[in-house]
Design a protein around this ligand. Structure first.
Ligand code: MOS
Length: 747
């Protein structure tokens, strides 16, 4: 490639990387101009409302749709046998183009067996939503019901060793000080403001889905397999999402159902899930039980770490919550064992929820570390500082960039930790008891394979395109920043196209990997567009660079520049006009690191520390998370405003995890009983603490040229533990079951 890559430099006047840039799509969202999936209205469109099973275990004996079918506007009551059986998607994780992943493998209407409450048993389709809803309610389904198993007490079918070194039992047995505790977490349900929605329209044998998905390419591939059509005949569009938190990562059964209904009836079909269906049919973080055993010398040096965990999963799908992800690399210990198991319940299939695995895992590990510090009579920050590993002892390779000790040190200063009186209940302010707690966080730093294309246009604007999504985290903005920085332009001259399978294949927006995945393909696409422009300019009969040779020219900050001589420089817009070309394009691609075959040569993770102050008023049993300090080591921060938003949102979500969020399943029929935003309590603005977020900003170029890791999930890791650790400091009550309830504290 003849074009050079200018080093990212803070000095460049047009440099927008590292600046607190507001969302480029913000105005569209706040004015209501952004069209979400459910906002699409097509000529002749019908509305579909699923009929969900009202048992969680058993079988369907009859579906009586006689009344429903006669109701006004009703087009069909679809059920098993109404259309050819849907196919089964197989797992394929080979590239951004062909990935096909989902959690619930059973296609809808596959058999008459019911395995969870709300499982779709029929689909009412009518001219209006109200008619479809009324018809769905009028369908009479009879069942041979059995008693479902939604027991929260989990016993694993079998335990698998996930990581092991040394002799964990012996290290524990010979330790001077030990703790052995169990920690449980209630099932949490993702509640993005925008519920799942599909608008399916067929033109001949070509399908378009207006979707709300964190992965248009994967969604296309899965739905194409289920419908038995080539992936090239399916287009998935998802330009705006009202978030997802993981429950829009992989397709759920309503989407192929809507597409099958549209194909059967020959009309576009819209299917929008209700909030109640969100609790039944599109995943959740399952109930998790964990056991932590730690052994240490009297000086607080870990001699053994054991972490065992079991998560609930559905009857047919073996979802594993990878709670031990961070445990092997978090602290130095010669002896360690991590084991995992699953337990099947008559509940819908679980899925990834913000920080799957490490978030619940670090709740347990960081609670255990706090209990060990108490047992040792040692400051919990000091205990963590004493167990800093030199390398990732789980993988046996160096860290790409780890500054966890600095996170702790900076956090103690910003929080005022040195003023902490370690005695329980000893600190007070304005008649309130204060509790101060700390916990560590860690999250993977990886990237997915991705492609991107960049067009330079004669009007001095540019367009960047990738079939990636913006789930509300700022992907539109960071893509604009990346191109603006390379071209020396302000972001308002950059058009961003995403969320459409017709664009160059991109990855799912998940695992905090979107930004890191985009750097290489976007940089290469800009460079290729520049190289193509140089080639065209050199080849032109007459023009500013005719007669030059490509190797004499560079493409720097959007200008063709002579390497020597007068160093003549000319912007791409001027060159394009001189050449009579409306635009010139370049494309780029980047490889993935996530789950890549072979042993990694470095351990890539982000780190951080949360410090929490709770206030406790025993007279009124009033607990508040008052303030937090989060120090995050996530590489170079490309947009401090958007990044801080991510950590703040995570900390508020952590307040919900610690104190509020819990899905209750009725033991009689397996129904999630608090399936509404009135009854499922999430943290609100009123629950948000005063938050101080600080980034260390050590660029990690092992992942990409900009040195950026991800920030979408790490802020949730450790937060709940820091809160319950603070509650112990205030009250002396160690709560080991989330969410913490006031009755736990009224001793
Ligand atoms: Mo996130 S759970 O990877 O959407």
């Amino acid at each position: 490639m003849s074009a050079s890559h200018p080093a990212p430099t803070q000095a460049s006047p047009m440099n927008v990387i590292g600046r607190p840039h507001p969302r480029v799509d913000g105005a569209l969202k706040v004015t209501g101009a952004a069209r979400y999936a459910g906002d699409h209205y097509l000529p002749g469109m019908l509305y579909a409302v699923p009929v969900g099973a009202t048992i969680a275990k058993g079988s369907i004996t009859a579906i009586d749709a006689g009344v429903a079918e006669q109701m006004p506007g009703v087009r069909a009551i679809l059920r098993r046998g109404s259309f050819p059986p849907l196919g089964r998607a197989e797992l394929d994780m080979s590239s951004a183009d062909t990935t096909a992943i989902l959690d619930e493998f059973r296609p809808p209407f596959d058999d008459d067996v019911v395995r969870y409450y709300g499982q779709y048993v029929a689909l009412a389709v009518a001219d209006s939503f109200e008619q479809a809803k009324a018809a769905a309610d009028a369908v009479r389904v009879t069942y041979a019901a059995e008693t479902p198993d939604v027991d929260p007490a989990l016993v694993a079918e079998a335990m698998t060793v996930k990581s092991e070194r040394g002799d964990a039992e012996a290290g524990f047995a010979s330790a001077a000080v030990t703790i052995d505790q169990r920690y449980a977490m209630a099932p949490e349900t993702h509640n993005p403001i925008e519920t799942h929605a599909t608008v399916a329209v067929w033109e001949g044998d070509a399908l378009t889905l207006h979707e709300t998905t964190q992965g248009v390419i994967n969604h296309r591939n899965v739905v194409a397999k289920m419908l038995g059509v080539p992936a090239e005949r399916v287009r998935v569009i998802s330009r705006f999402l009202g978030s997802g938190f993981g429950n829009k990562l992989w397709p759920w059964t309503h989407s192929p159902l809507a597409a099958a209904a549209a194909r059967t009836l020959g009309r576009p079909v819209k299917l929008v899930l209700s909030r109640a269906m969100t609790f039944r049919n599109v995943g959740h973080r399952p109930r998790i039980e964990q056991r932590i055993r730690l052994g240490a010398t009297a000086e607080g040096k870990l001699t053994s770490v054991q972490h065992d965990y079991v998560n609930a999963t559905s009857i047919l799908d073996s979802y594993e919550e990878n709670c031990g992800e961070a445990t092997p690399h978090m602290y130095s210990t010669p002896n360690l064992r991590v084991t995992a198991g699953i337990a099947r319940r008559n509940i819908g299939t679980p899925t990834s929820m913000r920080g799957p695995g490490a978030v619940p895992g670090l709740y347990a590990l960081e609670s255990g570390m706090d209990e060990l510090a108490v047992a040792l009579g040692m400051d919990p920050v000091e205990l963590r500082l004493r167990n800093e590993p030199a390398i990732d002892e789980g993988l046996g390779v160096p860290f790409s960039s780890r500054h966890f000790q600095e996170c702790l040190r900076v956090g103690t200063e910003r929080f005022g930790w040195s003023r902490r009186d370690p005695r329980v209940g000893a600190m007070t302010r304005d008649g309130l008891t204060l509790g101060w707690g700390v916990a560590a966080c860690s999250w993977i730093a990886e990237r997915f394979a991705s492609n991107a294309a960049v067009d330079l246009r004669e009007d001095g604007t540019a367009r960047v395109a990738c079939a990636i999504q913006d789930i509300g985290t700022g992907t539109y903005t960071v893509m604009a920043q990346m191109v603006a920085e390379r071209l020396g332009l302000p972001t308002d001259r950059i058009e961003v196209a995403l969320g459409d399978t017709r664009l160059p294949a991109g990855p799912v927006s998940g695992g905090s990997m979107a930004t890191a995945s985009l750097v290489a393909p976007i940089h290469e696409a800009v460079a290729k567009a520049g190289a193509a422009l140089i080639a065209a300019a050199c080849a032109a009969k007459d023009g500013p660079f005719s007669g030059s040779r490509p190797e004499e020219l560079d493409f720097v900050e959007g200008k063709i520049t002579a390497k020597t001589g007068n160093r003549q420089a000319m912007g791409f817009d001027t060159v394009l006009k001189a050449l009579g070309m409306p635009a010139i394009s370049g494309s780029g691609s980047g490889t993935g690191t996530f789950m890549a075959p072979g042993k990694p040569t470095v351990s890539k993770h982000s780190f951080g520390a949360h410090f929490v102050e709770v206030t406790w008023q025993p007279e009124t049993a009033r607990l508040r998370v008052a303030r937090t300090v989060s120090v995050i080591d996530a590489g170079r921060i490309l947009n401090p405003l958007a990044a801080r938003n991510q950590i703040e949102g995570s900390v508020v979500m952590g307040v919900g995890m610690a104190l509020f969020e819990e899905t209750h399943y009725d033991a009689r029929n397996g129904a999630p009983v608090n399936a509404s935003l009135a009854d499922y309590v999430v943290a609100t603005h009123a629950d948000a603490p005063a938050m101080d977020v600080h980034f260390l900003e050590y660029p990690d170029t092992s992942l990409n040229a900009l040195g950026a890791r991800g920030v979408g999930e790490i802020g949730l890791a450790g937060t709940a533990a820091a809160i319950t650790n603070a509650v112990y400091h205030a009250t002396g009550v160690r709560v080991r079951e989330l969410p913490l309830k006031l009755e736990h504290l009224m001793t």
